[in-house]
Design a protein around this ligand. Structure first.
Ligand code: CMC
Length: 391
């Protein structure tokens, strides 16, 4: 065979051409379909951004309302899926439950599985966009032991998701516009991030022509890990630990620097950003504003700021270009919005869903070949089999 280039972790290997998201890690630039993330976070809304990622252009009013209606047409989940949910213990991590339920959609929506034409792909996409927030909310309600909710067609996507999570029987749910706006902004910021671990997983699984739901279920599993989306939960757990430990941030910075200690500063560092993660800038500002507007004082936010400052002044972090990433401040906002820590990565998944779907569809439309990396073999040379008595 030819020469194989080894690149563990694909640090320098491009896996595809893509028109969806542009990222410049040296400059801290992020754009969806050419639109800077700062403008989208400020002026757009999550439904528009979903449309943009999937279709390449911002929608006109009639296109947007058709898109919203198409999603609403698919927001019912088979009652049988509640039986799968019921079999989980309430201690199950919501991300594991979400991955399972997403995969199970395959069994209940056979028409959306074998997609070939653009119309098939669109139907599969809106089917999943409709059902995924329902499943995500059920992972919370399972954990809490609350009765399950169903979608409300009168509400917008984010309000509906919020209601799915928090509405209790016979009680009105207050929908504070500050809370809904904050949620909307967080979902926009998470909506796509080019070839990250979970998106690459979705594309790799899909490259075998595996269906959309099973591919996305794999993406959920990839996102779960603490080095990826799971970092948002890990950050808040870390901040709480630092708080309980007396709030000495320098001690934890030193611990993160210690090569004999596998502790890392969660929410710090990024494979591509060697400058501030632009999403972290927006989220830090939003965290301040939201806590202020909601009148919440959170010691964790103060510790996060001190920790950030201590790290940014430390030569270890400076020389390695380690900056806060998207997950450093997002958990503090989720906490302020009343979302339990175990749900943070599920929130990330709901945000990332349109990106995963757009990338999966792009991969299929471009007729990409099956993903199949090579290796360099380092095992034993040929040897002869010995009978068990002779070993
Ligand atoms: N704390 C302490 N040291 C770190 C950290 C950290 N958070 N991140 C990287 N380093 C060190 C690392 O030990 C290595 O040092 P050395 O050169 O002495 O061996 C150097 O910085 C380069 O790190 P790397 O592990 O080679 O970089 P990577 O591109 O493979 O990993 C990362 C990127 C995000 C996995 C890593 O920075 C990390 O583990 N961060 C903490 C987890 C986290 O916040 N993840 C969220 C990522 S952003 C959103 C998302 O993907 O969901």
């Amino acid at each position: 065979g030819g020469i194989i280039t080894l690149d563990p972790g694909y640090k320098n290997t491009g896996s595809c051409k893509s028109e969806i998201t542009y990222l410049d890690g040296e400059e801290g630039v992020l754009m969806y379909r050419g639109y800077p993330i700062e403008q989208l976070a400020e002026k757009s809304n999550f439904t528009e951004v979903m449309y943009l990622l999937l279709n390449g252009e911002l929608p006109q009013a009639d296109q947007l309302s058709k898109f919203e209606n198409d999603i609403k047409d698919h927001d019912m989940v088979s009652e049988d899926i509640t039986k799968i949910l019921a079999a989980f213990p309430s201690s199950a991590h919501p991300m594991g439950v979400l991955s399972t339920l997403t995969s199970s959609l395959t069994a209940f929506n056979p028409k959306a599985v074998n997609v070939k034409s653009e119309a098939d792909m669109y139907r599969a996409a809106v089917t999943l966009l409709g059902k995924f927030p329902v499943l995500a909310s059920w992972t919370l309600r399972k954990m809490k032991g609350w009765p399950l909710n169903y979608s409300d067609n009168k509400l917008g996507y984010v309000e509906n998701f919020y209601q799915l999570m928090f509405k209790q029987p016979n009680k009105d749910l207050e929908m504070d516009p500050i809370v809904i706006d904050a949620l909307d902004k967080l979902l926009i910021l998470h909506a796509d991030h080019e070839q990250n671990c979970s998106t690459s997983t979705v594309r790799l699984v899909g490259s075998a022509h595996t269906g959309l739901f099973a591919s996305i279920s794999s993406g959920v599993s990839a996102l779960w890990g603490p080095l990826h989306g799971g970092a948002n939960q890990a950050v808040v757990e870390m901040l709480e630990l630092i708080q309980e430990d007396g709030g000495n941030v320098q001690k934890w910075v030193d611990k993160a620097k210690d090569k004999n200690d596998d502790f890392r500063l969660m929410g710090f560092g990024h494979r591509v950003y060697k400058n501030f993660d632009p999403r972290a800038r927006i989220i830090k500002k939003a965290a301040d504003q939201i806590l202020d507007k909601l009148g919440i004082q959170d010691e964790a936010l103060e510790i996060a700021k001190k920790l950030e400052q201590a790290a940014l002044e430390d030569d270890y972090f400076v020389s390695r270009k380690l900056y806060p990433n998207v997950d450093f401040y997002s958990g503090i906002i989720y906490k302020a919005l009343g979302i339990p820590t175990e749900m943070f990565t599920v929130m990330f998944a709901v945000g990332r869903l349109p990106g995963w779907i757009a990338q999966w569809i792009e991969m299929r439309k471009n007729n990409e070949p099956i993903g199949r990396p090579r290796q360099i073999y380092t095992g034993p040379a040929k040897r002869d089999y010995l009978d068990i008595s002779a070993r």
